[in-house]
Write a protein that binds this ligand. Sequence first.
Ligand SMILES: Nc1ncnc2c1ncn2[C@@H]1O[C@H](COP(=O)(O)OP(=O)(O)OP(=O)(O)O)[C@@H](O)[C@H]1O
Length: 253
Amino acid sequence: MTETGASRRPLVVLDGVDKHFGALHVLKHVDLSVGEGEVVVVIGPSGSGKSTLCRTINRLETIDAGTITLDGRPLPSEGKEPGPAARRRRHGVPVVQPVRAQDRARQRDARADPGARHLEGRRRGARPRACSNGSASTSRRASTPRRLSGGQQQRVAIARALAMDPKVMLFDEPTSALDPEMINEVLDTMTSLARSGMTMVVVTHEMGFARRAADRVVFMADGEIVEQAEPETFFTAPRSDRAKDFLSKILSH
Ligand SMILES: Nc1ncnc2c1ncn2[C@@H]1O[C@H](COP(=O)(O)OP(=O)(O)OP(=O)(O)O)[C@@H](O)[C@H]1O
C-alpha cells in the first residue's frame, strides 16, 4: 500500500497560503504538506490555481498570507533577497516548465531551412556548451538544448535540475508544449525519478502519469484544494461534485 503524506516526514508545508492577483483570489487559504519522497500530482480545471501553487513553492510568486516551509525552514519574505533567481538558487527548488513554443518554432525553422539553421547557429554563438545530461548520448551531449527535440530538452531540464541536488522538484505541466510522440519519453523519465524516491510536486493533465506514479492526487478548483486521495481512490471514487464533473469531462475524451 502506498504511504500517504501524513506518515512521511514533512518536507514542503503550506499553511494557510493566500494569493491574489489584484482582485482575483487565486489561492484561498491553502494547506498542503508534501512528505519526503512523496509524489504529489496536482490536477484541476483551467484557472484553478495549480500553476500559481507550484510557483509559490519556489518563490516565483510571492504570497499574501500564510507560510511555506521547506524542510522546516520558512521561505523568505519578499524583498529580503536580491531576486527570484537568487531565491531559487538558495532554496534549491527547481521547477521544470513547458518547453517554450518559440524555441520549438525556431527548431522547426532551422531544420527546414539551411539559412535559418545558419542564423540559428550564429544566435547560439560560436561554441556549443556541453550539457551534463547523464541520459543523453555522447553526440547529443555536444548539442545545445535548442538543437534537441522538445522531449530531449525537457530531459535535459530535468537532468540540470537534478544537478542542483534538490530536496524537492516541481513540474508545472512539463509535457504541455510537446508533440504527442515526445510526451511519453518525458513521462517515462519522470516516472523513473518518482520511483527513485525524489520528492515531486507535479502539475499535469496526464492522468496516466498520475495513476502510475503519484502517491497522492490533489484536486484543486477555484483556488482551493477540494479533495485529495491516493490515485486509485480518487479516480474510481471521487467524493466532491467538482471532481466528479472534472473527471467525467477529461476521462470521456
Ligand atoms: N501573473 C498573473 N497576473 C494576473 N493573473 C494571473 C497571473 N497568473 C495567473 N493568473 C490568473 O490566476 C488564475 C489561476 O491561474 P493558474 O495559472 O495558477 O491556473 P491553473 O490551474 O494552472 O490553470 P491552467 O490549467 O490553465 O494552466 C487564472 O485566472 C489566471 O488567469
